[in-house]
Ligand binder design. Structure first.
Ligand SMILES: Cc1cc2nc3c(=O)[nH]c(=O)nc-3n(C[C@H](O)[C@H](O)[C@H](O)COP(=O)(O)OP(=O)(O)OC[C@H]3O[C@@H](n4cnc5c(N)ncnc54)[C@H](O)[C@@H]3O)c2cc1C
Length: 396
């Protein structure tokens, strides 16, 4: 990949940089600057995403006619880098922007493409992803939520679980079984489900962090109009996998840029904390560990750049996206563990304690990071995908 920027791309970088300098609201710091959208920051982040949209700094690669910027993934990479350098707040409608929007643009009817993408970018409509069920996680094709045709509607019954943001979501990417008589991958349909329809019940689940970021969602005779099928009846497996590829790409590529923010904050922490009477940054072992996280972060940057090269050639993300996701998970978890090591005994003081370092933000992000190797497909499953589809190994 050629990293030399054209004059236009260089000008774009400068425009983003100077805009960010004056437009990140001051109260972001007071809200804790968490890399994971926290409930108390939802309203702030909703407005922030709207500001990004109004200024054309979100959905850069989406076609202009659907609310995007009509630019390339190179501008998208520049934007992510500049956001990381400026420590900008994250995007709230992350599942909509990272998954629902690109999938609707790839498979939607013209009516769906006119209706949904722009509202995703502006954060007017938040999206969640209804894939996992109590007995279907890694083995997603075994999902049991049923959809039965009744006139112009599909009637949905069943349950989803671990549905992030369902408690604030307006729409869901829903996978449901529409034909139980055919091989299981072939009888699934992808629906765009309005979360306000009668019969949808959302029950929050509390996580180890104390936040209820994800939910159980129950469907009791929910009637979805047939115009909200995406990509054709019984074609949901292919459509759903596209969403997952975008998810892994977003997790691997988008989040690797944000790793830089956490790494800079970690170095700041190491410069303030002491161990055995000297600051941590003078401790030779800790210096080695910090340097290793920087090296891993740089490697991820270039893995992301390889994925971008593929996208620039007009190809959609393939199984290689799994590499980026896995690499990000390992580096991020290592970074969070290192933060606990740097804090030493202070790591025992959770959020809410007067003496917790940085208000306990590191304890929160350490606990949250345990989920990284599960969400978006477990690390074991990513390794299976790489083994089978990249290396050509036989199925396990
Ligand atoms: C924070 C968080 C947010 C989430 N958000 C969402 C969301 O918004 N929407 C959604 O639909 N889902 C969501 N999930 C669910 C997530 O996608 C599933 O948890 C994940 O796919 C694993 O499924 P499972 O929990 O049923 O575990 P299982 O599939 O039961 O796996 C249990 C263990 O067995 C291992 N395993 C399973 N199969 C294999 C295999 N073939 N080879 C080797 N090892 C295997 C797994 O790696 C794991 O360690 C979220 C999960 C978390 C933690």
């Amino acid at each position: 990949m050629d990293f030399t920027l054209t004059p236009d791309q260089q000008a774009f970088r400068e425009r983003v940089r100077s805009w960010l300098k004056t437009n990140i609201p001051r109260d972001w710091k007071a809200l804790g600057s968490s890399e994971v959208p926290r409930p108390e920051a939802y309203e702030f982040l909703r407005k922030w995403q709207r500001t990004l949209y109004d200024n054309g700094f979100i959905g850069l690669t989406w076609p202009k006619e659907y609310g995007g910027g009509g630019l390339t993934f190179l501008e998208e990479m520049i934007l992510h880098e500049e956001m990381a350098l400026a420590k900008a707040p994250p995007v709230l409608n992350v599942l909509g922007v990272g998954m629902a929007g690109p999938t609707i643009i790839a498979y939607g009817t013209e009516e769906q493409k006119q209706r949904f993408p722009a509202k995703i970018l502006s954060c007017e409509e938040i999206w969640c992803q209804g894939y996992s069920e109590p007995n279907s996680g890694s083995d997603l094709a075994s999902l049991q939520t049923r959809a039965v045709k009744d006139g112009e509607h599909w009637v949905i019954n069943g349950q989803k679980v671990w549905t992030s943001l369902a408690h604030v979501a307006d729409w869901m990417m829903l996978l449901a079984r529409t034909d139980p008589t055919v091989p299981r991958h072939k009888g699934i349909t992808y629906f765009l489900l309005d979360m306000k329809l009668p019969g949808v019940t959302v029950k929050p689940l509390k996580q180890i962090t104390g936040d209820a970021e994800f939910n159980e969602v129950f469907f009791d005779n929910v009637r979805v109009h047939e115009s909200h099928v995406l990509g054709g009846v019984n074609n949901g497996w292919g459509v759903g996998l596209t969403t997952l590829m975008y998810e892994r790409l977003a997790l691997g590529f988008g989040l690797q840029a944000r790793l830089r923010i956490s790494l800079d904050q970690l170095i700041g922490l190491a410069q303030r904390m002491e161990k055995n009477g000297r600051v941590i940054t003078q401790d030779p072992v800790m210096r080695q560990k910090l340097a290793q996280v920087w090296i891993d972060t740089e490697c991820l940057k270039y893995t992301g750049a390889r994925a971008i090269t593929k996208l620039l050639k007009g190809e959609i993300p393939g199984p290689e996206a799994s590499t980026g996701k896995m690499g990000w998970v390992e580096t991020h978890q290592k970074l969070q563990e290192l933060a606990m090591e740097i804090e030493g005994p202070y790591s025992q003081l959770a959020r809410g304690s007067d003496r917790a370092v940085d208000g306990g933000v590191w304890q929160y992000s350490f606990l949250r990071s345990r989920a990284n190797s599960i969400e978006g497909g477990t690390t074991e499953v990513q390794k299976n995908i790489i083994g089978e589809r990249v290396l050509g190994l036989p199925k396990g």
